[in-house]
Design a protein around this ligand. Structure first.
Ligand SMILES: [Zn+2]
Length: 67
């Protein structure tokens, strides 16, 4: 499932699989939380590359990691 989720984030899944993953995310809190965490991590990495991490991104990271 995790590989499908990264493809889902990348927009790399064919439409049929994409719909399946979206349906799964709607019914699986674990995967939904993991995806939120992955999104926040990717946003933070992007900011780090730019040399700046905005406060909202840091807050989202803290929330998603439960700290
Ligand atoms: Zn799941």
């Amino acid at each position: 499932m995790l590989a499908s989720l990264t493809d889902y984030l990348d927009g790399a899944l064919p439409p049929g699989r994409r719909a399946g993953v979206a349906a799964h995310l709607g019914s699986c809190p674990g995967c939904a939380a993991w995806l939120a965490q992955l999104r926040a991590t990717i946003a933070a990495l992007r900011c780090l590359r730019d040399g700046v991490v905005p406060a909202p991104v840091l807050a989202a990271l803290r929330d998603s990691f439960g700290r």
